[in-house]
Design a binder for this molecule. Structure first.
Ligand SMILES: C[S@@+](CC[C@H](N)C(=O)[O-])C[C@H]1O[C@@H](n2cnc3c(N)ncnc32)[C@H](O)[C@@H]1O
Length: 293
């Protein structure tokens, strides 16, 4: 696909809007704004939008993606945490008479999302992990998301590496993803110190084990991945609160009793989290199911 780009004017426009409003971008809120029109067009085209789509955008900033998304979709729901930035975008939308954007002020990690079917966002990197877990709780057709490159790499299951994470173990059963494009620091102001990657995420439907994955497997992963290099027995005991226990002795004795009746359990308990493939964690979960609260 050919893109007609106008990166110079997007950079100029962004700087002017920020300057006019006396804004100094805030690192802590992940405020690195896209100024590369070529990348903007690409991200939007990845979303394959049509006039039936309701798009969720987390962190719209001054509307760099939002305004273009609104031209192509039925509606955009945009959630921005920074009140000054929210007000700038609100004014821009009013001035341009754009009426199909529902702009919400707040922390996207804490707010329940209204109904949507696609997500397109250049995410604030400090919330990458909680917001991705939150997306997985919703039903949607596809998500086009920009992450820090390192973070995106951790989505793929890589046993015995530091990149193997709770996120990869959850995504293995809950999402399909595809790396679409890399974006260099030059495409933003201010320039971040890291590279970025755009990915496509689609929910995986696995009706058979969905219930156990959304419940006990999720809790077990939460406990185990807090201690990736520990043996499973110790990881479970040390993070017992994640599976509903405060009393160390109680959990220890339940595990010891279970070992007597479940021949495969002892072998699992002696392994380290980092060596356990998601399917093995699921087998372990099925054994532990009755004692996970
Ligand atoms: C990486 S910038 C992206 C801005 C714009 N979409 C772009 O592409 O240039 C992330 C935006 O998310 C906002 N933000 C940060 N934390 C947030 C949160 N918890 N909920 C909603 N917005 C948040 C920041 O204020 C910032 O405007």
């Amino acid at each position: 696909m050919k893109f007609v780009t106008n990166s110079y004017s997007l950079a100029k426009e962004t700087k002017e809007i920020l300057q006019e409003n006396g804004i100094h971008l805030n690192k802590k809120l992940g405020q690195n704004y896209l100024i590369d029109d070529f990348k903007r067009k690409k991200i939007i085209s990845f979303g394959e939008l049509n006039k039936d789509d309701i798009v969720l955008e987390i962190g719209p900033g001054i509307g760099t993606l939002t305004i273009e998304l609104a031209k192509k979709a039925k509606k955009v729901i945009a959630i921005e945490q920074d009140l000054n930035i929210f007000n700038i975008l609100k004014k821009r939308l009013d001035n341009e008479n754009i009426q199909n954007v529902e702009l919400i002020h707040g922390d996207a990690v804490k707010i329940d999302f209204p109904k949507f079917n696609k997500i397109i966002s250049n995410l604030p990197y400090q919330i990458s992990s909680p917001i991705t877990f939150k997306f997985l709780e919703y039903d949607f057709d596809l998500a086009i998301l920009m992450y820090q490159k390192e973070f995106a790499r951790r989505m793929k299951v890589k046993l015995n590496t530091k990149d193997y994470s709770r996120l990869s173990a959850m995504l293995y059963f809950k999402g399909n993803f595809e790396f679409l494009d890399d974006v260099s620091p030059e495409s933003f102001i201010p320039k971040p110190k890291i590279d970025s990657t755009v990915i496509k995420l689609t929910p995986k439907n696995i009706p058979i084990d969905l219930d156990i994955i959304n419940n006990q497997y999720k809790k077990i992963c939460k406990a185990l991945f807090q201690h990736k290099n520990k043996k499973i027995r110790n990881a479970l005991i040390d993070s017992r609160h994640e599976i509903g226990y405060s009393d160390k002795k109680e959990l220890k004795s339940l595990l010891n009793n279970l070992v007597k009746v479940e021949p495969d359990l002892e072998a699992f308990l002696s392994r380290r989290t980092i060596t356990m493939a998601p399917k093995e964690i699921l087998s372990l979960t099925k054994i532990l199911k009755a004692i996970v609260r």
